[in-house]
Design a protein around this ligand. Structure first.
Ligand code: FES
Length: 375
């Protein structure tokens, strides 16, 4: 049995708000976010950062929703910098004008990751249900102007994966140093839209070949990261590098989560920073200890020689696909439930996009839709 040696958290993700001007169909925020209110105050966030840093956390991501919607972002960045965090702003770009970026630079922000939805105005704006494409391009210019490395992120799926060459061309034109082509992971809103978003294997193979050809051509001009959707793998991903291992996510209301989706899992007593210190949460809480080590594992994980590599895969995916959060992640070919993943891929192969659009219209991340799911 693996005895969990509990190392301190390395990554602190501060999800400052679930409010967002975009309505992305693949958003990983909880589908019932509209019911989650009472954002932490500035003072509460500062306490969270101090306590996490004192435990040893070194990387800090400000995300959301759209973190720029918080008026105190600059103050939080300045405090984080003072504490010695390496700070990363994960943003749609909406709200990042010249005054704001100058102020964030002044506060000591280290890094900005800017998301696009596609390479054309039409698709970018359709997939986010906003008119933001031109604005994002302007923000990309500001990021360069203020001497930040340009890290561009595009979530890939059935609708935009055939344009991967155009997306890379766009990143090169905007002088991005890094382009993260992250295939959709099926949680939250993406799971609601899986029928519409899951690519075919043929699309995936073609996209990977395109990315490899660009890598040859452009060398070090822009680093291309291509994250394959785990549905198409034979082994699961080591989600969060293991539960309660390095990643500490604080949701807008102060819920402390071992991963973005943990509040969806049954049986967890989710702690809140309003009631507990970060030290208590990380080391002692039921939720953070629940899937540490291997005593929770079922077969085939428990006796698997690879369990120290992938930790049994993703608990949230196991729950979404089997109803049991302790099951082997069905992405694994050794899982007795692997057929559910094969079935989803098989259905994606059979579908033409147009009829699916009629049968399963895309569900956008809107407050109205969220309230429907919240019940
Ligand atoms: Fe929750 Fe993988 S997203 S464990």
């Amino acid at each position: 049995m693996i005895q969990p040696a509990i190392n301190p958290p390395f990554w602190l993700l501060a999800e400052l708000t679930y409010r967002c001007p975009l309505h992305c169909v693949f958003c990983y925020n909880p589908v019932n976010y509209a019911n989650i209110k009472n954002e932490l105050s500035t003072a509460e966030w500062i306490r969270v950062m101090r306590e996490a840093r004192a435990l040893g956390a070194a990387q800090l991501g400000f995300s959301g929703g759209e973190p720029l919607l918080r008026d105190d972002l600059d103050e939080l960045v300045a405090e984080a910098r003072k504490l010695g965090f390496y700070t990363n702003l994960i943003t749609s770009g909406v709200g990042l004008n010249e005054k704001r970026i100058a102020s964030l630079k002044q506060a000591g922000l280290d890094h900005i990751q800017l998301s696009f939805q596609d390479s054309t105005q039409e698709m970018n704006d359709f997939l986010s249900s906003t008119k933001t494409f031109e604005l994002k391009k302007k923000v990309a210019g500001l990021i360069k102007q203020y001497d930040y490395p340009m890290v561009m992120n595009v979530v890939l799926h059935r609708h935009n994966i055939p344009h991967v060459d155009k997306i890379i061309d766009m990143a090169l034109a905007l002088e991005a140093e890094y382009l993260e082509l992250a295939n959709t992971q099926y949680y939250g809103w993406a799971m609601k839209n899986r029928q519409q978003l899951l690519p075919t294997r043929e699309q995936l193979v073609a996209a990977e070949a395109t990315v490899n050809a660009y890598r040859e051509k452009i060398g070090k001009q822009c680093k291309l990261l291509f994250v394959v959707p785990d549905y198409f793998e034979e082994r699961p991903k080591a989600c969060m590098n293991g539960w309660g291992s390095i990643f500490l996510d604080i949701a807008p209301d102060g819920a402390a989560l071992p991963c973005h989706n943990a509040r969806e899992l049954p049986g967890l007593d989710i702690p809140n920073v309003k009631d507990h210190s970060i030290r208590e949460i990380w080391y002692d809480s039921q939720a953070f200890n629940f899937f540490r080590g291997d005593s929770w594992m079922q077969e085939p994980c428990r006796s698997c020689s690879e369990k120290e590599k992938d930790f049994g895969g993703c608990r949230c995916q196991a729950f979404l696909l089997t109803g049991d959060p302790a099951a082997t992640d069905p992405v694994c070919s050794k899982s007795p439930n692997h057929h559910v993943v094969k079935l989803a891929i098989g259905e994606a192969e059979k579908r033409d996009l147009e009829p699916v659009a009629q049968e399963f219209p895309l569900i956008f991340r809107t407050d109205a839709n969220s309230k429907r799911y919240a019940g």
